[in-house]
Design a protein around this ligand. Structure first.
Ligand code: AGP
Length: 371
C-alpha cells in the first residue's frame, strides 16, 4: 500500500530516503568506551589478532561493498584482503586456514552461493564472520560470528540502504582488526569512527540535492548504453552504478576502472554516449584527481556526454563536465557512501521514465537461493 511505502510510489524510493537512518542504526552500539565492538561473544580480540589474511565473499551489490572495504581494511590493518564473488571463490580451491578471516556479506543471509562459500571456508578451518541484514538467516546461523547491519527490511529488489549499511559494517570490521592488531592507536580508531558517524548527515545532505539528478535521469531515458568510470574507491561505485542501471532500466551499462580506458573500453566511446565519472577529491587524492581529469578530457574529445560526480567546490573539473553532480567533501575512504546515492536515484528515475516497476525488475529475485 501507499502507507507502507511512506508516501512513495515505490519501496526502493523510500529505501533510498532511509539511508541516513540505516547507516546510523548500523553504527549504533559498536563504539563503546572508546573501542569498536563487533560481536563480543563470538569474535574476541584474540581471534582478530590471529588473523593473517582476509577474504570478503559475496554476490552482486554485497560484493561491491567488499570491494570498497578492501581499500580501507588493507590501509588500516596491513593485512592482505581479497574480495571475491562467492560463486567463484568456492570452486577455485582458495588458500584458507585457521588464520584466515572470511567475511561473508549478505543482505538476505540466504544467498546460495554465499552460503556455500561459508560452508567451504569453515570446512577448511577458516573463521567466518557474517555481515548480514536479516536476523537469524542461514548465513549468520552457519558462521562463527555475525555483525548485523540494521538497514531494516529491504523490499526493493535493487539493493540501496542495505548496500550502504554493508559498507559501514565492513569498515567497522576493518577498524576492529586494526584496533586488535595495534596497527591503529585508539585515538585514530576513535577518529575514524567519528568520521563514519558523520556519514548519515552527509548522506542526508546528498538526498536534499537529488532533484536535479532526477531531471538528468529523465533526459537519459532514451540512451542505448551508459558507461561508468571510477578509480580507487570510485571504481566499485562505478560498478554499483552500472549494476543498478542494468537491473532497473534494462539498459546496457558497464563500470570500468578509469585507468583501463586505454586498454580497450575507450573504443566504445562515440558521439553522445553518456559516461558517468566518479571523481576523487581534488584535495584528498590530488594525483588520482589529475589522472581522472585527463581521462575525462580524452572521452570528451571523442564526443561523450560527461556526467561528473565531483566534490563540492571542485572547480578544475567543471570545464570537462557536461553535467555536474556535486557531492559533499568527505574522507576519501568514505566517499562511496555519498557517491552511490545519486547513482541509485539516477537509475530509478531512468527506469520510471521508461515505464518500469523499480521494485520488481524483470527476471530478478530479491534473494538468489539457487546457484
Ligand atoms: C543488488 O541490487 C542485487 N539485487 C543483488 O546483486 C544482491 O546484492 C545480491 O543478490 C546479493 O544478495 P544478498 O546481499 O542478499 O546476499
Amino acid at each position: 500500500s501507499a502507507a507502507e511505502k511512506g508516501g512513495h510510489e515505490y519501496f526502493m524510493l523510500k529505501e533510498i530516503e532511509e539511508q541516513p537512518t540505516a547507516l546510523a542504526d548500523t553504527l549504533r552500539g559498536h563504539f563503546v568506551d572508546g573501542r569498536i565492538v563487533l560481536d563480543e561473544q563470538r569474535m574476541t580480540d584474540q581471534d582478530l589478532r590471529d588473523v593473517d589474511k582476509v577474504f570478503v565473499v559475496a554476490c552482486g551489490s554485497a560484493y561491491h561493498s567488499g570491494l570498497v572495504a578492501k581499500y580501507a581494511i588493507e590501509h588500516w590493518t596491513r593485512l592482505p584482503v581479497e574480495v571475491e564473488l562467492a560463486s567463484e571463490f568456492r570452486y577455485r580451491d582458495p588458500v584458507l586456514d585457521r588464520a584466515t578471516l572470511v567475511v561473508a556479506v549478505s543482505q538476505s543471509g540466504e544467498t546460495a552461493d554465499t552460503l556455500e562459500a561459508v560452508r567451504h571456508a569453515r570446512d577448511q578451518k577458516a573463521r567466518v564472520l557474517a555481515v548480514c541484514n536479516t536476523n537469524g538467516a542461514q548465513i549468520p546461523r552457519e558462521s562463527d560470528a555475525v555483525l548485523y547491519t540494521h538497514a531494516g527490511p529491504e523490499i526493493g529488489v535493487a539493493s540501496t540502504k542495505a548496500f550502504l549499511a554493508q559498507i559501514a559494517a565492513n569498515l567497522m570490521v576493518g577498524l576492529a582488526l586494526a584496533q586488535a592488531r595495534g596497527t591503529k592507536y585508539s585515538d585514530e580508531v576513535a577518529r575514524e569512527f567519528a568520521e563514519l558517524a558523520a556519514m548519515p548527515a552527509a548522506v542526508a545532505k546528498v538526498l536534499g540535492t537529488v532533484e536535479r539528478v532526477r531531471e538528468l535521469g529523465r533526459s537519459l531515458a532514451d540512451s542505448k548504453a551508459v558507461l561508468f568510470l571510477g578509480r580507487h574507491v570510485g571504481y566499485p561505485v562505478a560498478l554499483e552504478g552500472a549494476l543498478k542501471l542494468k537491473e532497473l532500466a534494462y539498459m546496457h551499462a558497464e563500470g570500468f576502472a578509469a585507468g583501463e580506458l586505454k586498454h580497450g573500453p575507450i573504443a566504445l566511446i562515440e558521439e553522445g554516449l553518456p559516461v558517468v565519472i566518479v571523481m576523487p577529491s581534488p584535495k584528498g587524492r590530488a594525483v588520482l584527481h589529475a589522472k581522472m581529469v585527463s581521462n575525462i578530457s580524452e572521452i570528451q574529445a571523442r564526443g561523450a556526454r560527461t556526467i561528473v560526480l565531483a566534490e563540492e567546490g571542485d572547480e578544475t573539473v567543471r570545464p570537462f563536465a557536461d553535467e555536474l553532480i556535486e557531492i559533499p567533501a568527505v574522507p576519501t575512504l568514505l566517499q562511496p557512501l555519498v557517491a552511490t546515492v545519486p547513482l541509485q536515484v539516477l537509475s530509478a528515475e531512468i527506469a520510471r521514465a521508461r515505464g518500469y516497476d523499480v521494485d520488481k525488475p524483470r527476471n530478478l529475485a530479491k534473494s538468489v537461493t539457487v546457484e
